[in-house]
Design a protein around this ligand. Structure first.
Ligand SMILES: NC(=[NH2+])NCCC[C@H](N)C(=O)O
Ligand SMILES: [Mn+2]
Ligand SMILES: [Mn+2]
Length: 327
């Protein structure tokens, strides 16, 4: 007999791996991968973000931090271009591996932080998340919409196409890309929100309008959130060590505001932080600024506040006689 009513709702709530212990347990997953674009160095992102003190900062926020280390990705030998898209099978395989790892981490009850790597990794990260939480919604913070298809992409780079692999709405616009037969698009455009866009390719203008139109008409409900944060959403003066910087980006305050508000929903389930490329900073300070910014947005998405801890005094302390200032 199928359960109905409050009990079945309670059981569904209790059993959902999307809800378990989320607030106290964080999985950190490194994805040192750069083949979704042509500038090497972004594979050093996970180490650079860890070296900027990530695990310590999260532990100070009272999380049990489980650092699962870095995934090992292979470059596949026979991996010819598909149209003008480089390394399709290598990118597809890397994402398949990442998908399994993210699914495992979410299934085990952790909030998962995925450190990239380039933004093509969002394909596997969101797919793996959706295996556990099919009702997730996606918040994409980025200078770029990353919604090109192989036919519209000016560069061929897969990091500019991740969203097109995920969206059901673009299914009939996508050719079959070798390396991706393990997945099917599953996300609806109404479950996607963009923040920070300012370099949108002309060919994808129409689908972009469609995403926004639907999003505004149907605001998101209480769903697990996948936050995919491309560090180039920030202004290059704040995050210079990245492959495709665009002027006029988010200020520090705007970026922290976004992550604080996402924390306040209590629904953050997976966060990607991608496109930190420590080999592209002009100086060590430029690299340090970018990596510590990455640590700041992760900490803020996990509950660090700018106002400090709230300590409530039962009675407001008053100065005693002998603490008076004597000259
Ligand atoms: N994840 C990124 N940084 N993407 C940059 C994409 C740049 C350009 N729109 C392209 O398709 O090639
Ligand atoms: Mn970008
Ligand atoms: Mn991106």
């Amino acid at each position: 007999m199928a359960l109905r009513g409050p009990l079945s709702r309670l059981l569904r709530f209790t059993l959902s791996s999307c809800q378990q212990n989320r607030s106290h347990s964080v999985a950190v997953l490194g994805a040192p991968f750069s083949k979704g674009q042509k500038r090497r160095g972004v594979e050093h992102g996970p180490k650079a973000i860890r070296d900027a003190g990530l695990v310590e900062r999260l532990s100070n926020l009272d999380y049990a931090v489980h650092d699962f280390g870095d995934l090992t990705f292979k470059h596949l030998e026979k991996d010819e271009h598909f149209m003008h898209v480089p390394f399709p099978r290598t990118v597809g395989r890397a994402n398949q591996l990442l998908s399994g790892a993210v699914s495992g981490a979410v299934g085990a009850g952790h909030t998962c932080i995925m450190l990239g790597g380039d933004h093509s990794l969002a394909i596997g990260s969101v797919e793996g998340h959706a295996q556990q939480c099919p009702d997730l919604c996606l918040i994409w913070v980025d200078a770029h919409a990353d919604i090109n298809t192989p036919l519209t992409s000016p560069s061929g780079n897969l990091h500019g196409q991740s969203v097109a692999f995920l969206l059901k709405d673009l299914q009939n616009k996508m050719p079959e890309v070798p390396g991706f037969s393990w997945m099917k698009p599953f996300l609806s455009a109404r479950d996607l929100v963009y923040i920070g866009l300012r370099d949108v390719d002309p060919a994808l203008y129409l689908s972009f309008i469609c995403v926004h139109y639907i999003t505004i008409k149907q605001p998101m409900k209480q769903r697990p959130i996948h936050l995919s944060f491309d560090i180039d959403a920030f202004d290059p003066s704040l995050a210079p060590a990245t492959g495709t910087p665009v002027n006029g980006g988010l200020t520090y305050r705007e970026g922290i505001y976004v992550t604080e508000e996402i924390h306040n929903t209590g629904l953050l389930s997976v966060m990607d932080v991608v496109e930190v490329n420590p080999t592209l900073g002009a100086t060590p300070e430029a690299v340090e600024a970018t990596t510590s910014l990455a640590v700041d947005i992760i900490s803020s998405a996990l509950g660090q506040t700018r106002e400090g801890a709230h300590i409530t005094f039962p009675k407001i302390p008053e100065p005693k006689e002998d603490t008076e200032l004597r000259l």
